[in-house]
Design a protein around this ligand. Structure first.
Ligand code: NAG
Ligand code: NAG
Length: 271
């Protein structure tokens, strides 16, 4: 189990943050006393100029002929070692093996983890973080990489300029189930509590991505949650992927820990 490997970077981040600001909050939520409107008081970077997510106003985007297609490296070579699925108290995270990376960016980037955002409102309201022309989608997948050419590891890179590259995939509700996502959804019920981790069969991570990797929105932004470091080169694919209504509901009920009041009406009670 990769519990240690995963909790270590998180601890280091908090350590780094508390020592640079002298404050003591390492805990945050989306609502309440350390909710989103208060993040900047406790995590100064959350008040930065390049805060993600953003709304992509397509009329304001500019075509950049210097950008090439992105190449996922080793995403399909998952090997035989199982992956793990970990509930960090905010979302479910799948740590990724270090041989996975990204080509087609100005530096070499190494994969770290992926996670999903289901949103904190009703699924009909849309759970994606990024929006296109004000429109959200049901959910959003993030695949996180760090700049392994400039920095020694994720904890250093995430605080630095050009430190991270994150792929954003908007997920829409469609008619058919998306088999690739069962690789994660099937196991969500086993990590319902913060700190829980389960081992899952390794799978082809590229199967979660849209087929057209050549069209995307690129911008310099930040981590979307505290500590909000302004270190992320974002790639938001224009092509969305689809998953069924059942799959979205499964994700919201089992994979989102932020919306307890709402869940009471939508989801079956926890056993
Ligand atoms: C990351 O690299 C820094 C600098 O080399 C080092 O001090 C730190 O222990 C490393 N962190 C992890 C989690 O390996
Ligand atoms: C992002 O910032 C880097 C400098 O750190 C710059 O070279 C690059 O052009 C910026 N990319 C976009 C899309 O603004």
């Amino acid at each position: 189990m990769d519990l240690v490997g995963l909790s270590l970077p998180l601890l280091l981040v908090f350590w780094q943050w508390t020592t640079t600001t002298g404050a003591a909050v390492t805990y945050w939520t989306y609502t309440g006393s350390v909710g989103q409107s208060k993040w900047a008081e406790y995590f100064p970077d959350c008040g930065g100029k390049a805060q993600s997510p953003v709304d992509v106003a397509t009329v304001q985007t500019q075509y950049d002929p210097s950008l090439g297609p992105l190449t996922p490296l080793g995403y399909s070579q998952h090997g035989n070692k199982p992956f793990s699925l970990y509930n960090n108290g905010h979302t479910v995270v799948v740590p990724l093996p270090g041989w996975m990376g990204l080509g087609g960016l100005p530096w070499q980037f190494t994969a770290v983890q992926m996670h999903l955002h289901w949103g904190s409102e009703a699924p009909e309201a849309g759970g994606s973080e990024h929006t296109i022309n004000g429109q959200s989608t049901a959910a959003e997948l993030h695949v996180v990489h760090y700049n392994s050419e400039l920095y020694p590891n994720m904890s250093v890179a995430m605080t630095q300029q050009d430190g991270l590259a994150v792929l954003g995939v908007l997920i829409e509700t469609g008619e058919e189930a998306n088999p690739a996502f069962w690789n994660i959804l099937n196991y969500l019920g086993r990590v319902r509590h913060a700190g829980q981790s389960v081992s899952i069969p390794a799978f082809d991570v590229q199967s979660l991505l849209p087929s057209d990797l050549g069209r995307y929105y690129r911008y310099n932004g930040s981590l979307t949650t505290p500590p909000c470091f302004q270190s992320v080169l974002w790639t938001l694919f224009t092509e969305t992927v689809k998953m069924s209504h059942t799959q979205v509901r499964e994700g919201v009920c089992d994979g989102d820990f932020l919306m307890l009041e709402f869940k009471a009406s939508l989801c079956p009670p926890l056993l």
